[in-house]
Design a protein around this ligand. Structure first.
Ligand SMILES: [Zn+2]
Length: 462
């Protein structure tokens, strides 16, 4: 069945996305620990810096320089061991996403008659257009539908996107979609840069980004200016290298940043490096999670004309657990809500109890974070009048009201009130097994408390 096949594609893709995000997070901790260690090593070495009088110490300046250079090389190497895998994971994530898109669209064209007609019409038009220019690449297969479908992989990215938009009818002007689509275009430009020209930001990157965004309706280059600024702000300096000096000299560093044998200087060149750091990776993974979820739901909606199947929305719950609880990121709650808003406005979609609980939890978490922040800076009365807070509160209560099952409402209430005993006994009735209960977002969140952890351990493993 088409809906099942679509779900399988989506599930596989998201599992890989989570896996790469997890790896990225491990790298994130490695990076910050290494940085701390490196700084203390440099400080330590600076303290042993010998006086330049050989009669006082036999640990002379040359030895010190050797040690210093060795430490410097070691730090360079460690640094590389962090950004190189991040760049690799990023490029692979982009490829996996393109593959997911291609598989999803091909499934729809193959198995949905209406979509196939739409596709073949557009294909024929484009093929004839190309043929007039002497290019027979598309028209030669026109009598073989199967081949025409495979040929979607021959299209250039802008053409390809036009097909996807034409067939799926994505809503480009939806604010969240627009934002993520723009982020995605920037990410694609960045991975193109890595693949063809290295990691240093160049004119071609800026020009191509501006053109691509303009072709998607970016008036007066409003977004491209913002995105170029964003890319530059979160970039890093280029790595130091030897500049000038004598040709053929195997430069060796002296006590400053010059070469002992010639006039070359070892310094940071002008320019910025767009290598992926852990937070940029998370940012692009979140954007791709939004886009792939919206595309999956749209495709599911098209395929699901006559039955009442529900798309698989467990991945949103997993996203909340990973990004929200494990990594403590606001995006863990913002993205699922954006997906819901898009679905509610543009797709035939009615959240069930499980989704309403998810969206309730997302709004509740955002609200709690905002309140914490406000409490540190404002007075209680200001908070009562705060518009953002009141909108969030209303929206949270709305999701709660939409939960039909009273048992689930009680579980949610006991979670909010941190009534651990009630939560466990009520939760176990619905989850049936302890291991199932352990998978819930609410349980994972409560497990942060030692008291709850104790109670949960004591629970009979039924
Ligand atoms: Zn030299």
């Amino acid at each position: 069945m088409l809906t099942k096949k679509l779900t399988r594609e989506y599930d596989n893709f998201i599992e890989n996305l989570f896996f790469l995000t997890e790896q990225n997070h491990i790298n994130f901790f490695k990076a910050s620990n290494l940085r701390k260690k490196n700084i203390s090593q440099i400080v330590e070495l600076e303290n042993t810096k010998p006086k330049q009088d050989p009669s006082i110490s036999n640990y002379d300046y040359a030895d010190f320089l050797d040690d210093f250079n060795q430490l410097y090389d070691q730090i360079e190497y460690q640094d590389k061991s962090l950004w190189l895998p991040s760049n690799a994971n990023f490029i692979y994530l982009m490829s996996l996403y393109e593959n997911f898109l291609s598989q999803t669209i091909k499934l729809l064209i193959k198995h949905d008659k209406h979509i196939q007609e739409k596709y073949m019409q557009k294909y024929q038009g484009d093929a004839e257009e190309l043929n007039k220019k002497g290019n027979r690449e598309l028209i030669k297969d026109i009598r073989n539908t199967q081949k025409c479908i495979e040929n979607i992989d021959l299209l250039t990215i802008p053409q390809y996107k036009k097909y996807i938009n034409h067939l799926l009818g994505l809503h480009h002007k939806d604010p969240a979609y627009l934002k993520h689509n723009n982020f995605y275009i920037e990410a694609r430009e960045r991975s193109n840069l890595f693949k063809h020209r290295g990691t240093e930001i160049d004119d071609k990157f800026e020009k191509s980004l501006t053109e691509n965004l303009a072709s998607e309706g970016d008036k007066n280059n409003k977004y491209s200016k913002k995105l170029i600024k964003f890319a530059r702000t979160f970039s890093r300096p280029l790595r130091k290298k030897w500049i000038g000096g004598k040709k053929g000299c195997e430069h060796k560093r002296d006590k400053k940043s010059g070469c002992v044998n010639c006039s070359a200087k070892f310094k940071t060149p002008i320019g910025r490096d767009l290598s992926v750091n852990p937070s940029y990776f998370e940012h692009s993974a979140s954007t791709i999670f939004f886009l792939s979820s919206v595309i999956y739901r749209t495709a599911f909606n098209i395929a699901n004309k006559n039955s009442k199947d529900q798309p698989n929305l467990n991945k949103e719950h997993d996203f909340m657990c990973k990004m929200g609880i494990d990594f403590n990121r606001l995006s863990g709650y913002v993205i699922p809500l954006q997906i819901n808003t898009y679905s509610r406005n543009h797709l035939q979609f009615k959240p069930d109890d499980v989704e309403n609980v998810n969206y309730f939890l997302c709004t509740n978490n955002i609200l709690e974070r905002k309140l914490d922040l406000k409490l540190k800076t404002a007075k209680i009365n200001d908070i009562k009048d705060d518009k953002e807070i009141s909108v969030l509160t209303k929206s949270r209560d709305h999701f709660f009201q939409n939960i039909n099952d009273n048992n689930i409402k009680d579980i949610v209430t006991s979670y909010i009130k941190k009534n651990y005993e009630d939560y466990l006994s009520l939760g176990l009735k619905v989850a049936n097994r302890k291991t199932h209960l352990a998978d819930w977002f609410m349980t994972k969140d409560l497990l942060k408390s030692t008291k709850f952890k104790k109670l949960f351990k004591q629970l009979n493993n039924s």
